[in-house]
Design a binder for this molecule. Structure first.
Ligand code: G3P
Ligand code: MG
Length: 260
């Protein structure tokens, strides 16, 4: 048994990252304002062990500063502006700490696909041990899917909670031959596949094996349309409103536009 997760049709990737700087409070609020109740966010550790919501191994792309995350302390991270790179309206946005982001998700009643982001040279075990107890304490299991490309991170996560209390998602770029064995080993809830590489037979096999299927990161709803019929449960997209509009006009799922 897994947590009774009501699968969202759409998940806003890194928050609503087409509308607001990725992985920020503003991006989560933008998703909520658009009526999208689930977000995907990346979590990793700063050099001083503080868990933060961030994607890259460094801060160059998404802030006004430079430097590697694992050489940064929390006070240093808070000197960065992580919004202005995206647009002037977001000037002053700060790198979110995990606890503050979890509080916002709870305040808004949102679900999260939290990705344990293990960049090259980072320690998956330290990440899991720092992040998972906090997340499990704060979020109800029905509003959490914890995912990773990192097999060790997922195996270690499974030691913290049983399958009925923690939904784990296995992220794959290209689906490997032994995907099912990997999923079984961690008692996965879901498979998160790169939509542009997934074949129809693979999607169907994932469904038949009883896993939920999440696809990342389609941004053109017309191109993605056939994949709903392949059994996709949730699309993780930067453009959730584009999908909402498209799906209202071209229903693709039996559960109808109210869940779009
Ligand atoms: O979780 C889906 C997707 O976020 C995985 O890739 O690089 O965007 O974190 P990335
Ligand atoms: Mg991610």
């Amino acid at each position: 048994m897994h947590p009774a997760i009501s699968l969202p049709t759409l998940i806003a990737h890194r928050g609503y990252s087409a509308k607001a700087p990725e992985n920020t409070f503003a991006a989560v609020r933008a998703a909520h304002s658009a009526g999208v109740n689930w977000v995907e966010l990346d979590v990793q550790l700063l050099g001083d062990g503080t868990p933060v919501i961030w994607h890259d191994a460094d801060v160059a792309r998404c802030s006004d500063g430079r430097g590697k995350l694992r050489q940064m302390t929390w006070p240093q991270s808070q000197t960065l502006d992580v919004g202005r790179w995206f647009g002037h309206d977001f000037t002053g946005e700060k790198m979110p700490r995990l606890d503050a982001m979890l509080a916002l998700l709870n305040e808004l009643g949102m679900g999260v696909n939290l990705e344990l982001k293990v960049n090259r040279g980072h320690d998956p075990v330290a990440l899991v041990e720092r992040v998972l107890p906090e997340v499990l304490e704060v979020l109800p299991p029905e509003r959490l899917v914890l995912s990773s490309f990192d097999n060790l991170a997922l195996r270690h996560s499974r030691q913290f909670a049983k399958p009925d209390n923690l939904a784990l998602g296995m992220l794959f770029n290209r689906l490997p031959k032994d995907w099912q064995a990997q999923c079984r080993e961690v008692d996965a809830f879901s498979v998160h596949a790169n939509w542009s590489r997934l074949k129809r037979a693979q999607a169907e096999a994932i469904q038949q094996a009883g896993y939920a299927l999440f696809c990342y990161t389609p941004n053109n709803p017309g191109d993605f349309h056939p994949m709903w019929a392949w059994g996709t449960d949730s699309a993780i997209t930067d453009e959730p409103e584009r999908f909402q509009r498209y799906l209202s006009a071209h229903p693709a799922k039996a559960n109808g536009p109210e869940n779009v």
